[in-house]
Design a protein around this ligand. Structure first.
Ligand code: FE2
Ligand code: FE2
Length: 411
């Protein structure tokens, strides 16, 4: 029996820079990847748009400062006309004004100079995330999102703090760390090198401190990096307050579990953030596809089926995949994206170590068990996964810890 060799689909990547020697450098540096990627090079945004009219591209990587049409304007057009295309900026130092204008349409900001391996891994990571989602419509929807809406109360409080004469970075950090949408956005800004800070940061207070009050004030008040939910547009059976409460509870329990198991600061911060963001896909679906998401919720209530069984036929993806796709596009740290993607099925994730995914999976189930009304009724702890990690005997202790945490007020 003969087997047909699997056809390798080459991804199309388009590089845009007005300086020919930069394009030459990229061409040379990325030559070893010519079997993986079909690469095109354009010396202006106009040329790039011409190429995009002829064939679709998976990723564009553009400079910001270019004559006639700059990178920000170019990416805004790409976002509108070709929403499926992933949008990266590769740029040297530029003024804050220019960065503020490009924050909206840019998925990730990479600073020059960038070596071939880093560039390749950032682009490859974006492809892997895209493959996680099969639905083209959802990919378009998610890659167009510039903000994830916040609870109106938190949004109003943050605005008031930023408009005050002497805003406190601690108060800002605390407000942001309670809100799913604000946390996701601030981590995008810090982790994507928009402001030359590319770092693995998962604490909103640290992120706010790194950005500084003045930059934050401009980003929030002028560039509108945060937005608030329009309650009237949500499905009537969906409560954003409940989702927020559940997300904070999962974050708090995940953090406590990790503190007890390892105490490693990075792991603790990552686990809290992964817990807070784990159901961000629900927020995306409820705010952008309210009618369909309302139907999903009704079906779950009537037929008592799992969330995955209700979501996949309607959206072609689950809330876990949708959330992970957005956070990955925004360049959030891998352990957080992985925890969000697999929080309902940790066994599907490669890697046999205790990580934020482990903590979030445990916390999500415990919060559902201990805090009725919050979370998903179909969820069970994946004992096979916990056994493979050799931690199954710890479940009783975590349950006790979880119930103590949930008796305290959530920050
Ligand atoms: Fe979930
Ligand atoms: Fe959950």
């Amino acid at each position: 029996m003969s087997t047909v060799p699997e056809q390798v689909v080459k991804r199309r990547v388009l590089f845009v820079d007005d300086e020919p020697h930069i394009l030459q450098g990229l061409r040379r540096m990325l030559h070893p990847y010519r079997n993986e990627w079909e690469m095109s090079f354009a010396e202006s945004a106009h040329d790039a748009l011409g190429l995009m009219e002829k064939q679709p591209y998976d990723v564009v990587v553009t400079d910001i400062r270019m004559p006639v049409m700059d990178g920000a304007e170019f990416l805004n057009i790409v976002m509108r006309k070709y929403p499926q295309t992933i949008r990266f900026v590769l740029s040297g130092h530029c003024e804050k004004e220019t960065i503020f204008r490009s924050v909206g349409p840019t998925h990730q900001f990479i600073s020059k100079p960038c070596d071939a391996d880093t560039l390749r891994s950032l682009v490859a990571r974006a492809f892997a995330l895209r493959d996680l989602m099969s639905s083209g419509n959802l990919k378009n929807l998610v890659s167009r999102l510039q903000t994830l809406p916040s609870l109106p109360d938190t949004y109003t409080q943050l605005m008031a703090e930023l408009r005050s004469a002497d805003p406190s970075i601690r108060v800002i950090g605390e407000l942001v760390s309670r809100d799913v949408g604000m946390s996701a956005k601030i981590l995008q800004l810090v982790n994507s090198a928009f402001f030359g800070l590319r770092n693995h940061v998962s604490s909103p207070l640290q992120a706010a401190t790194l950005l500084g009050t003045e930059t934050l004030r401009s980003l929030v008040l002028m560039t509108h990096v945060f937005s608030q939910v329009e309650q009237a547009k949500l499905p009537s059976s969906f409560s954003l307050e409940e989702l927020s409460r559940h997300s904070m509870a999962v974050g708090a329990v995940a953090k406590a579990v990790v503190k007890q198991e390892s105490g490693d600061k990075k792991l603790v911060d990552d686990s809290y953030m992964a817990g807070l963001l784990h159901d961000s896909g629900k927020l995306i679906l409820a705010t952008n596809q309210p009618e369909a998401y309302g139907q999903v919720l009704t079906e779950i209530a009537e037929k008592r089926i799992s969330l995955e069984a209700a979501e996949r036929p309607v959206f072609g993806a689950t809330h876990a995949e949708v959330g992970a796709y957005l956070l990955g596009l925004w360049g959030l740290p891998d352990p957080i994206v992985e925890a969000v993607a697999f929080h309902h099925a940790p066994g599907q994730c490669l890697g046999q170590r205790f990580c934020p995914l482990t903590a979030v999976h445990i916390a999500d189930v415990l919060v559902y068990e201990l805090d009725s009304g919050s979370g998903e009724s179909s969820e069970k702890m994946d004992m096979g996964y916990l056994e493979a990690l050799g931690v199954q005997a710890r479940v009783g202790a975590w349950r006790e810890l979880g119930s103590r945490i949930l008796q305290e007020p959530l920050r």
